[in-house]
Ligand binder design. Structure first.
Ligand SMILES: NC(=O)c1ccc[n+]([C@@H]2O[C@H](COP(=O)([O-])OP(=O)(O)OC[C@H]3O[C@@H](n4cnc5c(N)ncnc54)[C@H](OP(=O)(O)O)[C@@H]3O)[C@@H](O)[C@H]2O)c1
Length: 434
């Protein structure tokens, strides 16, 4: 085999990048993998913008089936996004004996199992490096490089939009809404930003990482997911004063033979490996029993970094084809003894708390008493300056406490006549001492 033919579905941001890179880097790829990778056909439901891509008109189609049914196409690259019709197109490609490369995190997170079962059935490859971390080779690391490790933890900042918003809030003292508007103006956030800011995109990526890292497939609704809408500038400032930053984290970790999987904003000590992952960058911390701590860092989205990962997958599949070895890399192991998912009520972590109280004697003692009755001990407390008439923020950090106990304590604290509004609680993430 001297030439591998690629059919590309979807000529949006990533599709255009992939098409142009396949054309401009054909010689480089040929030198490096010994095969010619040809962009045989591309499909989108509208004609490409003039000058955006240099392919002859006859290689363009608006009908995906022209590619899916073409016996000369070996690899279908799906860059349409969303669940349907992307899922049906991928299943059709696999059943026609074609290998598939996709960047579609939502689809892999939601229907990965069905797709990988189909790839197994038809003896073809399904690669998905660009589905998590844009240009960061985290999927390859988990599937290949770290194959001999039992993982203890995967903790990631995997949504560049949220990371940009939180970084701007901290650096420019902006509110969430001001920072979101700026992210939208710079093209770092969609007009409908809910997939990003409400944590769902991060949950999609965490589902994929958890499955690869721990062999535990998880339905998305099993992942506790909170976004960053409730993170206020005041809490970012208070955290900063105490040596912490606030990040939206994707957390999967093994604790006492159970698995904790959750997405939420968290305080990170500035000394944490992930604390300097700022702006649109992504960072993924992995801890394995052999390898110890590793940090994967880079651009988690955008045309070029994502194109880099898609082309890496295409090169891998092409090499597999040349050697007649589809399924060289197992899609994902399914642990023979999947870890039980720990209920959120049972997790134990430290908490940052901000209670707005009427400034009068005895209030702090009452709050400390409630926390104590629920087995929550306070590591530090500071009463901030008076903001409005007699209402002051009391900021506390707890030692490790059980989530269920914290929720009960907060409902009592919020019911006190001296408390104003709902107490803010943000979990803290400490580096694992290993
Ligand atoms: N953008 C990133 O930075 C990034 C990073 C990592 C992964 N990804 C993933 O990469 C994939 C593509 O993302 P993107 O940002 O390139 O999206 P995009 O800009 O919206 O591109 C998708 C393209 O597919 C077209 N399309 C939709 N349905 C189609 C159909 N039935 N037949 C043919 N074409 C169709 C769309 O046309 P219309 O415009 O008419 O809908 C659009 O041109 C997604 O799965 C995304 O999650 C993106």
């Amino acid at each position: 085999m001297a030439q591998v033919n690629v059919g590309l579905l979807g000529l949006g941001t990533i599709g255009t990048g992939v098409a142009n890179a396949l054309l401009s880097k054909a010689h480089l790829l040929e030198q490096r993998i010994g095969l010619r990778v040809a962009l045989a056909k591309v499909c989108d439901r509208k004609l490409p913008v003039k000058g955006s891509i240099r392919i002859p008109r006859e290689r363009f189609t608006k009908d995906a089936h022209v590619i899916l049914r073409d016996p000369d196409i070996h690899i279908v690259v799906e860059l349409i996004g969303g669940i349907e019709p992307a899922k049906t197109f991928i299943l059709e490609a696999l059943s026609a004996g074609k290998h598939v490369v996709t960047a579609n995190k939502a689809l892999i997170a939601e229907a990965g199992h069905e797709l990988f079962a189909a790839a197994d059935r038809y003896g073809v490859d399904l690669y998905f490096e660009a589905s998590v971390g844009g240009g960061i080779p985290i999927i390859k690391a988990l599937r290949e490089s770290l194959i001999a490790n039992e993982l203890n933890a995967i903790i990631g900042i995997v949504n560049g939009t949220c990371n940009y918003i939180l970084t701007q809030m901290r650096e420019k003292q902006m509110s969430f809404h001001e920072s979101l508007a700026e992210a939208q103006a710079h093209g770092y956030a969609e007009r409908d930003s809910s997939l990003d800011v409400d944590g769902h995109d991060t949950a999609h990526k965490l589902a994929i990482l958890t499955w690869l890292g721990f062999g535990t497939p998880l339905a998305l609704d099993k992942i506790h997911t909170e976004g960053i809408r409730q993170v206020s500038l005041a809490d970012i400032q208070y955290a900063e004063e105490m040596g912490y930053c606030i990040k939206l984290l994707a957390i999967a970790k093994r604790v006492d033979h159970e698995l904790e999987v959750r997405v939420h904003p968290a305080l990170l000590a500035k000394s944490h490996l992930l604390a300097n992952v700022n702006g649109v960058y992504n960072g993924i911390y992995v801890n394995g029993d052999l390898v110890g701590a590793e940090l994967f860092y880079g651009r988690g989205a955008g045309q070029n970094p994502t194109t880099s990962s898609v082309l890496s997958d295409i090169a891998d599949v092409a090499r597999n084809m040349a050697h007649g070895v589809a399924k060289r890399v197992p899609t994902a192991s399914r642990s023979p003894r999947p870890l039980t998912l720990r209920a959120m009520d049972d997790i134990e972590t430290r908490y940052y708390l901000r209670v707005m109280v009427i400034d009068k004697p005895g209030v702090l003692a009452t709050i400390a008493g409630i926390l104590g009755r629920h087995q929550i001990s306070i590591a530090s407390v500071s009463q901030k300056e008076r903001r409005q008439a007699r209402i002051v923020p009391v900021v506390m950090m707890t030692h490790d406490a059980k989530e269920a106990n914290l929720r009960k304590a907060l409902s009592e604290i919020d019911a006190l006549a001296t408390t104003r509004g709902k107490t803010v609680s943000i979990r803290m993430e400490a580096p694992r001492a290993r």
